[in-house]
Design a protein around this ligand. Structure first.
Ligand code: G4P
Length: 522
């Protein structure tokens, strides 16, 4: 096996409360990465206790921080596979961060609550995956409770997401009448006490001795309908993002979790080709390349360090390598790259395509950066999104101007907020995609930079990046609109608008200027 083919880099997407945290714990447990369930949460709680802004998470019971968890597990043919599980924040205000995390995975697991079906956030995240043809395996969680009928659930996934579905296993009842899961792939019955029985097939007469006669009859009838009604598993269709294999189970009770992780090992794609300019990059290329999809502060509040997360896309990375930050032309020696395990961090001596390494730095690396051994390529598809909330910041202590500036620039580098400098006036404008980010910002200003500040409304609500084929057209547009013009941190021109309606109105009257709701680092 080509070494990078041993990587399975994936994320879990779900609506809050569907069971993502629980499933993460159980996957790590099944992978031997942690020894006691509950440790992900416990660790989370320790982390949360550390600083004020994390209290927001705690109060709201949401998960804002996101991280990488790596574990190993043998494939069904005995090769060691490395699983890199990227956690995505569940709250919708952080969808920008989640979006970028999904650019760094090769596949995803979609968790659905069996009693609720497809919920709003699941659907949104699914659309992001579809945009990039990320293959999705579905886990229908909580079969230990009363849920919707399995056929209703399968049809809902198929109809609402316009996706072919294929059941990989089948629940024998749910809730009070649950008697186990039948795995179509392995002809195995997993009983609630977690013993597995191998059968010759659905018609094996032993079935009656293992579950109740009603359970056996129900399984045979439903399975026949299901196997006849939905197509069989098609590896190519799954990897292409057209079909989703569906696993029923319970994260909490560990039903179906092993089958899920086994299938990710056997079927989920190894590292894929990544879109880049001027050419896409394949994982088997000799030279190292990768992109930063996330920057996280607070990993260690004592040092105010920041970790940039690099997705390796090609080559074999070795510690101490000097890589070029294509956007600035700077060369950076990567001396202390980190691997993240469930309970530990470790110095990364080598890393392969699909691996995620954390690079501690003080603000040099930014979201969207490409690192290479020298070649001028840029990975694409890691955008900033036009903010939907714009605010001025007012200092409560006017002597802290410098600290405020540092803090705002730091947080903009993490990709949490965006900063705009109006061409007229001196007060910077902060842009965020969701309200919660504003609260996090104020709280972190206080906790980490000792800056007391509050927001003031800005006369604008949204922003668009501007460009034009002829610079004269852009200049002409900008000249008439001093008060609504600003620059982003890279000096790119931005039009600040009262609302989306104004954007449309102005854009219609300036046909030679492009108004863009996303911007990628060039
Ligand atoms: P999330 O990360 O997607 O938001 O969900 P999380 O895992 O935190 O699970 C949400 C709730 O659903 C938790 O209950 C959790 O225990 C429960 N849950 C997860 N998987 C299953 C399952 O397979 N069966 C059943 N019956 N429940 C499940 P909670 O009461 O909100 O939290 P906790 O006090 O149990 O931690």
């Amino acid at each position: 096996m080509n070494p990078s083919e041993s990587r399975r880099t994936f994320a879990i997407i779900s609506h809050p409360d569907a069971g993502k945290t629980t499933l993460t714990e159980k996957l790590l447990l099944a992978g031997g990465a942690i020894h006691l369930a509950g440790e992900v949460r416990a660790r989370g709680n320790n982390r949360r206790a550390r600083s004020d802004w994390m209290k927001i998470e705690q109060q709201r019971g949401i998960s804002v921080t996101s991280s990488v968890m790596t574990f190993e597990r043998p494939s069904s043919t005995g090769e060691t596979l490395t699983f890199n599980l990227l956690d995505t924040p569940g709250h919708e205000d952080f969808s920008e961060d989640t979006y970028r995390t999904l650019t760094a995975v090769d596949s995803a697991v979609m968790v659905i609550d069996a009693a609720k079906g497809i919920e709003a956030q699941t659907r949104k995240l699914f659309e992001v995956c579809r945009l990039r043809s990320v293959p999705i395996a579905t886990f229908i969680n909580k079969v230990d409770r009363e849920g919707l009928d399995p056929f209703v659930l399968l049809d809902e996934v198929a109809d609402k997401l316009a996706l072919d579905v294929t059941p990989m296993n089948w629940p024998i009842g749910m809730g009070g009448i649950y008697e186990g899961l039948f795995d179509f792939r392995r002809n195995t019955l997993s009983r609630p006490d977690k013993t597995d029985e191998h059968l010759t097939g659905l018609d094996d007469p032993r079935l009656e001795t293992l579950v109740s006669p009603e359970g056996a009859a129900r399984l045979r009838e439903e399975a026949e309908l299901a196997l006849g009604g939905y197509g069989g598993f098609d590896l190519a269709a799954y990897r292409h993002g057209d079909q989703t294999p569906v696993f029923f189970g319970s994260a909490l009770r560990e039903y179906g979790v092993d089958a899920l992780i086994g299938a990710i090992g056997d079927y989920a794609p190894p590292p894929r080709q990544q879109p880049a300019i001027p050419r896409p990059i394949t994982p088997d290329e000799g030279n190292v390349s990768g992109f930063i999809f996330k920057v996280q502060a607070n990993m260690n509040p004592q040092h105010r360090d920041r970790i940039a997360f690099l997705r390796v896309c090609s080559g074999k990375f070795r510690r101490g390598m000097k890589l070029k930050q294509v956007q600035t032309g700077k060369t950076i020696a990567i001396n202390s790259p980190i691997f993240f395990f469930a309970q530990d961090r470790e110095l990364a001596e080598t890393a392969l395509p699909g691996d995620i390494i954390g690079i501690p730095n003080h603000g040099v690396l930014r979201v969207g950066d490409t690192l290479t051994e020298g070649e001028a390529i840029t990975f694409t598809g890691i955008p900033n999104f036009a903010p939907e909330i714009l605010r001025r910041i007012r200092l409560l202590d006017p002597t802290k101007t410098k600290q405020l500036r540092t803090a705002l620039v730091d947080m903009a580098e993490e990709g949490v907020t965006q900063l705009f400098k109006p061409l007229v006036g001196s007060q910077w404008i902060v842009g965020v995609v969701g309200q919660l980010q504003l609260e996090v910002l104020i709280s972190r200003l206080q906790a980490e930079y000792n800056v007391a500040a509050e927001f003031e409304p800005a006369p604008f609500e949204t922003a668009r990046w501007l460009s034009a084929d002829d610079p004269a057209d852009l200049k002409a547009f900008m000249e008439g609109r001093g008060g609504a013009m600003a620059e982003d941190r890279d000096g790119a021109p931005v039009f600040l608008a009262r609302d989306a309606w104004e954007v449309n109105y102005v854009a219609e009257r300036a046909p030679k200027v492009r108004f863009s709701a996303t911007r990628e680092r060039a």
